[in-house]
Design a protein around this ligand. Structure first.
Ligand code: DON
Length: 309
């Protein structure tokens, strides 16, 4: 595969080759704090299943995890409730619709999948805990464990910004309660969802999380099983089929990796038995995926022969 220096050079080159594509995307303004990011920022970290790191660019820059939280909270919800109960409430099929679409909620028994907002909110509603404080604490601790970073914290400003502007998410949640898909206090449920989305991470954190998935649920350094193999497989599959929303098909062709994007500009991707990857570039395509992040992953997939297909 080449030396550590060679791979670091490949990462640096691919950032350089693709950085300018940031101009083709836009910073999201529907959550006002996200529009404050530096549009030119770009970073990447990769960690292999031996635990070695390779990084380039703004890999230590913090951004909010946003929808990359969805597969992670899904894991916790399945651990809390079991696979059957979770997928009784949320489907496993791609939508071909935008991530916050309400279209396929009406007339269907449950949200299509856990990667779109409706499905993710239903999943969040299943997290166990005596109150929201305890539930959020469990989510944060789980993310810290996956990222091997006890310093992960909530970005208060983004959380408040989401809370202020989150009426689409509220409407998805109220509709789902009306349809008996979810139960409980809607303000509390969306509050927990806004908080999970507003946890600050960097590329190393995402790479660390992803390598556990790449290694079928086992931390490659401590060799501790963090996620049961079956759950890891389900979540990786949902990332591969639904993780990039209505771009999941072309991403599968061009990159060929299980990945999850977030409107904070991060993408978490995993290469089975090889790498966890975290990439960051805050301007987004019209589907809410990092423009530069996808370009960089495409180049790396071609150069390092990463596609699973
Ligand atoms: O609920 C929202 O709209 C955001 N908190 C998360 C959406 C998101 O990250 C979509 N991803 N690319």
């Amino acid at each position: 595969m080449g030396s550590k220096k060679e791979l670091t050079q490949i990462l640096e080159d691919s950032l350089k080759n693709n950085q300018n594509y940031y101009k083709q995307g836009e910073l999201p303004n529907y959550i006002p704090t996200l529009a404050k990011a530096d549009p030119k920022a770009v970073g990447i970290s990769m960690v292999d299943v031996e635990g070695d790191f390779y990084s380039a660019g703004d890999f230590e820059t913090n951004f909010t995890i946003q929808s990359v939280s969805k597969p992670l909270v899904l894991i916790l919800a399945i651990l809390d409730n079991g696979t059957e109960l979770v997928f009784d409430k949320v489907g496993v099929e791609p939508t071909g619709d935008p991530f916050n679409s309400i279209i396929k909620l009406t007339g269907f028994a449950k949200p299509y999948n856990p990667m779109i907002n409706a499905g993710a909110i239903a999943v969040t509603s299943m997290i166990k805990g005596k109150d929201n404080e305890e539930k959020f604490d469990r989510i944060l601790k789980f993310f810290r464990r996956l990222a091997k970073n006890d310093e992960l914290e909530l970005d208060q400003e983004t959380y408040l910004s989401e809370k202020d502007t989150g009426d689409r998410n509220r409407s998805l949640a109220y509709y789902m309660r009306d349809q008996d898909i979810i139960e409980g206090d809607i303000e509390e449920i969306v509050d927990l969802y806004f908080k999970q989305c507003s946890i600050k991470v960097n590329c190393i954190d995402l790479a660390n999380m992803a390598v556990i998935l790449a290694n079928q649920g086992i931390d490659p350094v401590t060799e501790e099983r963090i996620i049961p193999k079956k759950i890891a497989r389900i979540v990786r599959t949902l990332m591969a089929t639904c993780g990039m929303y209505d771009k999941s098909g072309s991403f599968a062709i061009e990159v060929g990796l299980a990945a999850k994007s977030g409107v904070g500009g991060g993408i978490m991707a995993e290469v089975p038995e090889r790498f966890g990857i975290g990439v960051y570039g805050p301007t987004l395509d019209d589907k809410g995926n990092s423009i530069v992040g996808m370009r960089v992953l495409k180049e790396l997939s071609e150069k390092l022969n990463l596609s699973i297909f």
